[in-house]
Design a protein. Structure first.
Length: 212
């Protein structure tokens, strides 16, 4: 049924996204782990203060954001942030290895960041509600973790070991709890196939938003 005049269409998710979790395999994180351990607290604080992803559900989790979307309504536009040039040579091989199972010939990483959850920290139950989250794969690569870190995706609890990339369902309710006594640091990023046709709802959705 077509959308009513002036009403935004209901964005449907990318059918290629996982409905729970999808294991992507091991990734060599040795160099990245060493670099993460060397980040001064002052850098974590400064980068977190300037981050574009400010949501109450994230609680005390701090971020260093390397790439980010231009608009929460459209995943196709994204930009490099200040930290990306310094980290690019280290991150690009890690990203490429993590996404190898997809086999996309031409793809984009619209959001790339490190997320540091303190011991005892939580990320409260939520869904990634912005329309730009509907299409890209959402991928986690644990860099530092402990046995007390529990994540809930797809209605099931998981513990993701370091160096094992996994796609998660960010469109259903999910939460994380660090029940250990050390910080949890994940490389979190989004990934989509630039050759996959845009969904039929996208342009009407964007036009409806512009007309408001």
């Amino acid at each position: 049924m077509p959308a009513r005049s002036g009403a935004a269409p209901c964005p449907a998710p990318n059918p290629r996204k996982t409905a729970s979790v999808r294991k992507l395999g091991p990734v060599d994180i040795a160099a990245l782990r060493a670099a993460v351990l060397a980040i001064p607290e002052s850098v974590w604080d400064a980068e977190n203060a300037a981050k574009p992803n400010r949501f109450e559900v994230l609680d005390a989790t701090r971020h260093i954001v390397f790439r980010f979307i231009d608009s929460p309504r459209d995943w196709r536009g994204s930009h490099d942030r200040a930290a990306w040039p310094r980290w690019r040579a280290l991150l690009e091989p890690v990203l490429a290895r993590a996404v190898r199972p997809y086999g996309y010939a031409r793809a984009v990483f619209p959001r790339v960041m490190l997320a540091r959850m303190p011991a005892g920290g939580v990320i409260h139950p939520h869904i990634d509600a912005n329309p730009a989250a509907k299409w890209p794969h959402k991928i986690h690569l644990p860099i530092l973790t402990n046995a007390g870190v529990v994540s809930c995706f797809g209605g099931e609890r998981h513990h993701f070991p370091p160096g094992e990339a996994v796609e998660v369902n960010n469109l259903g309710p999910h939460w994380v709890r660090n029940g250990g006594d050390t910080d949890r640091v994940h490389l979190i990023f989004e990934y989509f196939d630039a050759d996959q046709p845009d969904p039929d709802w996208l342009e009407p959705f964007l036009l409806a938003g512009t007309a408001r």
